[in-house]
Design a protein around this ligand. Sequence first.
Ligand code: FAD
Length: 386
Amino acid sequence: MATSPLDMLDVDDLLSDEERDVRSVTRRVVDDHVRPYVADWYERGAVPVRELALEFGKLGLLGMHLTGYGCAGASAVQYGLACMELEAADSGVRSLVSVQGSLAMYAIWKYGSEEQKQQWLPGMAAGELIGCFGLTESDHGSDPANMSTRARRDGDDWILTGGKMWITNAPVADVAVIWARADTGVLGFAVPTTTPGFSAREIANKLSLRASSTGEITLDEVRLPASAQLPAAQGLKAPLSCLTEARFGIIWGSLGAARDCLETAISYAVSREQFGRPLAGFQLTQAKLADMTLELQKGYLLALHLGRRPTLRPEQVSVGKLNNVREALKIARQCRTILGANGISGEYPVLRHANNLESVLTYEGTSEVHQLVIGQRLTGLNAFGG
Ligand code: FAD
């Protein structure tokens, strides 16, 4: 009897019934509303963000680890398992949920005023309102401390000027959490996207994360009332704390993409014959499958360990993000080889996952940035430059 690659070590025995329930419910919604369509969305480079958000909102998947304001108050491991199931379908769909919950909602939940929380969070949790998170700029990615976007006061109002690049959900968002430099340091703003001077255009020609809406935001003298500023966010540590939240979801999500690739490769290798026997019967194929399964299992144990910690330090999240995304990408590429020419076809999910994981490797801190975070912790030396 064949064992599924994620069941080799019975890690599932470490999950509670409630955790397994979240996983099955998420798997069901993904099977019904994502899997049958996602290859087509990817091919067309268009994804029905609003419809999906409403479906996910019904299940409490948006901002699910937050409490109050219509959020589900789930545990870290439940959130991680949901991310794993979403990304087993497509990294772009998991990105939608991560950006909504861990970046946009978390920023408002953690740093917003009571009025801002009441205004945005219940609608965002329900999927009726979409949020985005604008930190990256075209000239400032890994180094957001040098951001060019400015916030200046005009009486009680704030005026935002500048631009943000590579912003997930921006073209469809109702609210944009924008990070800008003021005289006092980096501040955050909850910007209604209907505000005059705010515009977001879809970034075309992506070869990765095509089932995700990604935009470039222009802020042309965007006038905001004082009440739009997130009062508790002072300095770059505020947006960085949001990234720590989102990175946690990626630690789990990337394993979902890898699992889907490995399951696809195993079933393909068992059924396709060359030289008179199934590909899975060749020792070289089995060596690949065994090595990939080791990495998948180790990644799962790592994710579960981090998920069970009462708190996480940034470098611990870096260990998880660096390892699991890097290994997931290697698994996706290796699985692609097992499928031969069919591996490059959109009929199979494998190259789509591999292409997506290139984005996942880069966003939420590149692999190099996470190496530098870990290196700094090990040596006490900052090697980021500057
Ligand atoms: P750069 O910073 O220019 O880096 C280029 C290369 O140089 C990388 O390999 C990097 O690791 C390396 N490098 C940079 N500095 C160092 C150093 N000190 N030492 C060694 N190597 C270094 N951003 C948002 O704010 N919100 C979003 O919703 C969002 N969504 C995204 C969606 C997609 C599909 C993508 C691709 C990106 C998204 N991003 C988003 C942006 C993402 O976070 C940035 O792309 C990322 O931070 C890297 O910045 P960069 O692309 O400018 O690369």
